[in-house]
Write a protein that binds this ligand. Sequence first.
Ligand code: EPU
Length: 419
Amino acid sequence: MEKIIIEGGRQLNGTVTISGAKNAALPITAASILTGGWHRFHRVPQLRDIETIRKIMSKMGVVFEEQDGVLSINSDNITECEAPYDLVKTMRASILLLGPLLARLGRARISLPGGCAIGARPINLHLKALAAMGVDMTLEHGYINARVDRLKGANVFFDIPTVTGTENIMMAAVKAEGKTVLRNAAKEPEVIDLAVVLRKMGALIEGDGTDTITIRGVKNLGAVQEHVVITDRIEAGTFMVAAAMTGGSIAIEGCRSANMEAVIEKLRAVGAEVKETDSGLHIRGPKTVKSVDIKTMPYPGFPTDLQAQFMALMCVAEGSSIITETIFENRFIHVSELQRMGANIEISGNQAIVRGREYLSAAPVMATDLRASASLVLAGLVALEGRTEVHRIYHLDRGYEAMEEKFMKLGANIRRETA
Ligand code: EPU
């Protein structure tokens, strides 16, 4: 098993290039099932989650080719419509195949994802919307068996704005008979990027980026000639937190400030200087980090996927902060590991009270989910008196492309070791 070893205390300076967004690349890859022909995508990150969706889709007959940083996908011959348990259990986003399979073949068999480390994460809203579109679904032996003759447009109201739910139903609706209106839809930039791709296929979608998305079904779609996946705002935010924590100065290449307003606002509040540049953002960390309160919210609010990283920052801030998690009920699993590094954190329900201290102390720690792992690496970068070992980093590899190499280039003393 691999681990990451960090000797903390170095200031990080330089330039980092942000990769394509995992949470945009996943639904975009799934969307290639909608129609045959060669789709061509640029900036698809090399991540374990992308490998997982490729494995599942390859079993279905989808062909992938990669050359010069372009991922070409061909779905001319879909021979299977099953997403098996052994792969789905490693990545819940596999559920994104349900909508496109129903639109293309009228049938799908997908393993029910089950809970995960950060919460129960039900998919009832995906299923309710599909039922409204005429899909018959049964649950057998842990699998959803779904079947429909022709999807019908429907009025869908999401009780909670769900990101993959909005994406799944958008993909189902592009070939449905008639109009589908999604209300209380997710407004995340990744939802917009998927809508852009679907429009490139010939889909009729309006309102993406607002809470009402209208999709008019069409009979035929065509392959996407060219699309560049948006950059990863969560990866960008993670490196920005690293600059703030180490008092460094980092150019964050390729990220868009428009997608990161809530995060930039909080970074400025902790004392960092953030400027827009021609190629992205530039951040200069403060001498002393000030405490701020954080409350996670659906986009454009503060992202839950950066909560753990900001908590690591607050561990070394001056004063106390209250971090409120409103999206996932169990997303404080990083707390006990941060406490092992000397962090002063108290949890009360969905709130964590973090009392900052001057530095953290190096320790062996265990990664428990993707963003929790990132927070432990960040903590390791400022931990003194020895070396921090982050174990179970396969979680990190699900969502961060070459993270330790990027940190190394910025001056961190970090390396990957096989235990
Ligand atoms: N929810 C339901 N029923 C549903 C769907 C969602 O109750 O049918 C609830 C969830 O339990 C949660 C809330 O609605 O409390 C929002 O969940 P959402 O469905 O938006 O989450 P998701 O689509 O499963 C995506 C990202 C997550 C990110 C969340 C929130 C992808 C592939 N995943 O998950 O990313 O945390 O949105 O922004 O897009 C990550 O990258 O580390 C990650 C977990």
